[in-house]
Every structure is written in structure tokens, then in C-alpha cells.
Design a protein around this ligand. Structure first.
Ligand code: UD1
Length: 420
């Protein structure tokens, strides 16, 4: 079995270019179902999740070319409306085809995503919103079968009980082709949601309230959209992960091709931990500190502290001079990395949704297991500072969302290798 091997203790130095955001690229790809002409996307990260979704679009009858981070995708000949279990089971975000398929064809079948390592993750809010738009939804043999009886979804007022990122994206895409106006309330404000709205707006869909929690979307009544060429926004989670890598190894690095405003809550916490940052238009430089201050964090929706950076900052807190507390508000089981960090010498108590992290822990390299995407990067960070060799198994989780992580870290001085 392949694994990632890290020899800890190296100082890092140099610059890293941040890739396009996987979580923004996914809805952009499924938005191609709303169009029949070629859709061009630049800065698409070449990671497993993106290739899984492209495979799904191809399976539905779409065509694409993906080379050197540039995508040309065309769904004119798309004819299947069934997203099969074999693909959906490997990536939950496949649910993002549901809204666009139903809006364009009046019918869709998507395998119901199961639970996942970080929690139950239901899709009830996606389904309730589509029902409000007139869809009839049945669960049949593990599949969501959705039909718009008149062939067209109707604009509706939808109040999301909870903020959901992919739920908002699904319904925004559905509303774009619906008949009439949709008013969406309590919509996610993540930069990835905003990018999707901006794409649709630049392509002629009338959307009001972009970036706020209330959107008004004027549907085209099934007229397909000609999507404007788009460049995927920088991956804020990847950016934060490399800043944590510099922070934990007491190094001085610069990350390029980022949007610092998307990272505000993370940058504020890192600053509270004592790090000095130099922010430019599209880059951030981090300088080392001799003593890292402990921190208190609660994860929440954007613009709050992202749950996708919780695991990485937990690892950093093991090196702080004092006790930190981190509360996870979004997912019930997103502390799987803690047991592995403990095996490396971390002193962390877990009670309910809160982790209490005693600082000044000396970490030691050993064999550890990645459990999900962000937990994997937390273990990489631990490996960079641990004494000796850390071997991270089940590393495929990491390749779902980080483009060339080993190469990027090696280029700035880390001793990290992928072992087949
Ligand atoms: C997205 C991100 C993921 C991130 C998460 C939270 C993508 C592809 N993934 O996941 O990286 O960690 O946002 O920022 O963009 N919920 C329900 N019912 C629903 C939908 C969600 O109860 O129908 C709950 C979830 O269980 C969770 C919370 O709402 O507790 C937020 O989940 P959601 O924003 O939907 O996460 P994802 O869109 O799956």
C-alpha cells in the first residue's frame, strides 16, 4: 500500500503558488449542465474529486477536455439523468448534479450519498427546497428520484433551516432555469457560493443579493444559459494549510495567488497566536515566532472560522505555549485526527464537540492513518514538526483535494515523499 513518508524537523523557506479551489470548481462544473455551448474554466485544480465529477458528467453523456488546469466542457449531448452509486459513493459533492439535471430535464435520479467519516451529512435541505419548487421526490432503492410534474421547476420562496453550502449551490442552479422568481433566505455566503452566483450573473441570469444571505433569482424558464469563461478562485483551505505548515515549523514562507480577504477569520486567529503576517493583493508572507500563543476557536459558517481548517489548527495548537480550545460546530464527528495526533505524542482532551489541546507537546514520528481529507493535512503538519519519520497511510484522502502537495512542500524544503 502506498503511503506518505515525512522526516520531521526541516525549516521551510520559499514560495508556494496556491491552486484553484476544489469546492468552487465542483459547482462550476455542474453548472455546465445548465448550458449547451462549450464552457471554459481556468485554474481548475487537478485533484481526484474534480476528476470524479468530470467522470460523472461524462457518464451522463457530457464531453470534456482537461489539460494543464484548463477545462473545456460541453453537456449539449447529455442524455442520462441518473447519477450512479458507483461514482456518487466516492464523492458526496456529486449531489451537485441534482439541481441542474432536474431543472434542465424535469427529472433526475441521484444515488443518495451515505454518511461519511466526518458525520451523518444529510441532504434533506436540498430535497425540501426542490419540493418547494414543485418537484415530487421519492427515495427508490437508495436513489433520490426527483420529477418536476410540468417538466419545469417553479420559482419559490425558500428559507433554509440551516446554512448549507452545497444545498445553496444546488438550489441556486435549479432556480436559474426555473419558471419565475426564487427568493432564497439563509443562503450560504462562502466565496465558492459567491463565485457560482457571479458566473450565472455574468452569463445573463438576473440575481440580486450576491454575497448576502438573501438571494433573488429570476429563472430563465428552461432557456439554457451561455456560460462565460471563468477562472476558479484560489483555494482558501489549501492556503491556510500551507500557512500552518510554515507556522508549525517556525519558518518564513510566502504563499502566492491567494485572495487574503477570503481568509480573514483564519488570518485573525493566526495573528492572535502571535504570528506576524505581511499581506499583499494576492500573496501573504508569514514570519516565525519563538512562542506560539494558545487560542480559542469555534468553527462556523463563512465568514466565521472554517471547519475545513479545524484539523490543521488543532495540530498547530499542540505547539502553543499554553492550552487551546477548539469547538467544532458544523460536523459531529470531525475529530478523527485527534486519536492519531495523540499517538504522535499530542495531549488533547475531547469532550463532546470541544477539544482541549495542551501545548508544548513534543511530537514523535510513527505510522498514522488518514481518515478524511482535512485530517490528512493535519497529520502532514504534525509530521513536519515531529522527531523522526511519520508514515501516513490511506493517503488517497489527501489527493482528493490537495494538488501536488508533496511537490509543493518539497520545493520549500520539506523532506516528504510518496512511497508506492
Ligand atoms: C461543504 C464543503 C465542505 C465543508 C462544508 C462546511 C463542498 C464540496 N464541501 O460541504 O468542505 O466542510 O461545506 O463548510 O463545498 N446539513 C443538513 N441537511 C442538509 C445539508 C446540510 O442537516 O440537507 C447540515 C450538515 O450535516 C452540516 C451543516 O448542515 O452539519 C453544514 O453542511 P453543508 O454546508 O451542507 O456541507 P457541505 O455542503 O456538504
Amino acid at each position: 500500500m502506498s503511503y506518505l513518508s515525512i522526516k520531521g524537523g526541516n525549516r521551510l523557506s520559499g514560495e508556494i503558488d496556491i491552486s484553484g479551489a476544489k469546492n468552487s470548481a465542483l459547482p462550476l462544473i455542474t453548472a455546465s449542465i445548465l448550458a449547451k455551448d462549450d464552457f471554459l474554466v481556468d485554474n481548475l485544480p487537478n485533484v481526484v474529486d474534480i476528476n470524479v465529477l468530470l467522470n460523472l458528467i461524462e457518464n451522463l453523456g457530457g464531453e470534456y477536455e482537461f489539460k494543464k488546469n484548463k477545462l473545456k466542457i460541453n453537456t449539449n449531448n447529455l442524455h442520462h439523468i441518473k447519477a450512479v452509486y458507483d461514482i456518487v459513493k466516492t464523492m458526496r459533492a456529486s449531489i451537485l448534479v441534482l439541481g441542474p439535471l432536474l431543472a434542465r430535464f424535469g427529472e433526475a435520479m441521484v444515488s443518495l450519498p451515505g454518511g461519511c467519516a466526518i458525520g451523518e451529512r444529510p441532504v434533506d435541505l436540498h430535497l425540501k427546497a426542490l419540493e418547494k419548487m414543485g418537484a415530487i421526490i421519492n427515495i427508490e432503492s437508495g436513489y433520490i428520484h426527483a420529477i418536476a410534474p410540468s417538466g419545469t421547476l417553479k420559482g419559490a420562496e425558500i428559507i433554509f433551516d440551516k446554512i448549507t453550502v452545497t444545498g445553496s449551490e444546488n438550489i441556486i442552479m435549479a432556480a436559474a432555469l426555473a419558471d419565475g422568481v426564487s427568493k432564497l433566505i439563509n443562503v450560504a455566503k462562502e466565496p465558492e457560493v459567491v463565485q457560482l452566483c457571479e458566473l450565472l450573473k455574468n452569463s445573463g441570469v438576473d440575481i440580486k443579493g450576491i454575497g448576502s444571505s438573501e438571494l433573488e433569482i429570476y429563472g430563465t424558464n428552461k432557456e439554457l444559459i451561455k456560460l462565460e469563461k471563468t477562472t476558479v478562485i484560489p483555494d482558501r483551505i489549501e492556503a491556510a494549510t500551507y500557512l500552518c505548515a510554515a507556522a508549525i515549523t517556525r519558518s518564513n514562507i510566502t504563499i502566492n495567488k491567494v485572495n487574503p480577504s477570503h481568509l480573514s477569520s483564519f488570518l485573525e486567529k493566526i495573528t492572535q497566536m502571535g504570528f506576524e503576517l505581511e499581506k499583499f493583493d494576492t500573496s501573504i508572507k508569514i514570519n516565525p515566532v519563538s512562542k506560539i500563543k494558545p487560542i480559542e476557536i469555534t468553527t462556523t459558517e463563512y465568514p466565521g472560522f472554517p471547519t475545513d481548517i479545524q484539523a490543521q489548527i488543532t495540530t498547530l495548537a499542540t505547539q502553543a505555549d499554553g492550552t487551546s480550545t477548539i469547538e467544532e460546530k458544523l460536523f459531529e464527528n470531525r475529530f478523527m485526527h485527534i486519536a492519531e495526533l495523540r499517538r504522535m505524542g499530542a495531549d488533547i482532551n475531547l469532550k463532546g464537540h470541544t477539544a482541549t489541546i495542551m501545548g508544548n507537546s513534543e511530537l514523535f514520528g510513527t505510522d498514522v492513518m488518514a481518515t478524511d481529507l482535512r485530517a490528512s493535512s493535519a497529520l502532514v503538519l504534525a509530521g513536519l514538526v515531529a522527531k523522526g519519520d511519520t508514515n501516513i497511510h490511506r493517503i488517497y484522502h489527501l489527493h482528493r483535494g490537495y494538488e501536488n502537495l508533496e511537490k509543493k512542500l518539497r520545493n520549500i524544503g520539506a523532506n516528504i515523499n510518496f512511497v508506492e
